[in-house]
Design a protein. Structure first.
Length: 41
């Protein structure tokens, strides 16, 4: 999971369009929420 999150962070540094960056940001935010929910279980 951590490696996937890091990979998304590295993609953000690449030459992407604003739409692609917003999709990556949304995926990263969702992963943070999933992690918090998993810890609460």
């Amino acid at each position: 999971m951590a490696s996937y999150y890091t990979r998304l962070g590295n993609l953000d540094k690449a030459r992407l369009t604003a739409v692609e960056k917003s999709i990556i940001d949304a995926r990263r935010d969702n992963m943070k929420i999933m992690h918090k929910l998993y810890e609460q279980m």
